[in-house]
Design a protein around this ligand. Sequence first.
Ligand SMILES: NC(=O)C1=CN([C@@H]2O[C@H](COP(=O)(O)OP(=O)(O)OC[C@H]3O[C@@H](n4cnc5c(N)ncnc54)[C@H](O)[C@@H]3O)[C@@H](O)[C@H]2O)C=CC1
Ligand SMILES: O=C(CO)COP(=O)(O)O
Length: 343
Amino acid sequence: MKKIAVLGAGSWGTALAGLLGNKGYSVCLWGRPEDGVLDIEKTRENRRFLPGVFLPETVSMTTDMKEAISGAWLVVISVPSQAVREVTLKLKPWLGPRTVIVNTAKGLELKTYLRMSQVVAQVLGEEIINRYAVLSGPSHAEEVGQGMPTAVVSASYYKRTAFLVQEVFMTSNFRVYTNPDVAGVELGGALKNIIALGSGITEGLGFGDNPKAALLTRGLSEMARMGVAMGARSQTFAGLSGIGDLVVTCNSLHSRNRRAGMLIGQGKTLKEALDEVGMVVEGVTTARAAYELARRIKVTMPITRATYQVLFRNKDPLEAVSDLMRRKKKHEIEEIVKMTEGW
Ligand SMILES: NC(=O)C1=CN([C@@H]2O[C@H](COP(=O)(O)OP(=O)(O)OC[C@H]3O[C@@H](n4cnc5c(N)ncnc54)[C@H](O)[C@@H]3O)[C@@H](O)[C@H]2O)C=CC1
Ligand SMILES: O=C(CO)COP(=O)(O)O
């Protein structure tokens, strides 16, 4: 069977390696030595990041990048977004001329503000873009690992690549749609984590469902605003990588972004919250990158700004909520007002 490399032995890399291995692919899961790769190989279980999910014999483990990439026709990147550049640099010397790259990391790179496809293209050259897809959507590793019905989206500028990735990942419990809007799918997956952090903060403050619904809905609106300003399609934000992932991340007990937010809302510092969660909380770095980018390109993102201030400027979460509520009066949807004569 064709070989697939999965880079990143955390919860998502492990779940995807299991999914692909169960489909019969020969999967090589690469991780750093500190990820207990040898222990995973022996027990067939990633006890730290995905306990209770057992990997089939079709999945082998390595800490050697050359061994992982050599002969692979498809490479899945499942490391935190701030590590995507480093890992892409490491895989570059061994990458075959036709190997397809599937990125699953959700975030914006700090300082450069680049989306993950742009980071990968900077490292591997623009020509990679035809062989690149992003796989994103509401898909907690814990549930995918248990084979629960899940729907995600494969986006690529190149139709054949989007279709190929759909075909590779699709199972009776893992439904994959396609979308040509790479920017929209990447930004949906990245920006929803900021809103989930903010939503978790309101839960930690003891607030209920109304503030969560308000944050989620207005959060989606600012995600789409930023997306359109960066060339994405607004409709993509109504899809799996937008509203879909926002709903799951703001509500799920598995969500690290929601959990970190709740801890901060309860009075923990950012460091204490991150230590307690113990896994990557992508919304933290993305809040910083998106806040700075929004200022630079002059896009209004009040929830992102408020979340940034709580995370990095020691703003009291209650004061942040109060400031959001007291912003100047607004129309709900500007486009509708513009289309409505006499308003
Ligand atoms: N866990 C989930 O349910 C899902 C996660 N994702 C995304 O997948 C990406 C990875 O997340 P998770 O696996 O959940 O994180 P995790 O915190 O469970 O694991 C991250 C893994 O990456 C490793 N890592 C960190 N820096 C590294 C580096 N520089 N080089 C190599 N390995 C490194 C860590 O040691 C760890 O094994 C994130 O962008 C996340 O948003 C996407 C969909 C679902
Ligand atoms: O993106 C994810 C699920 O779709 C994982 O992020 P969280 O753990 O914050 O929910």
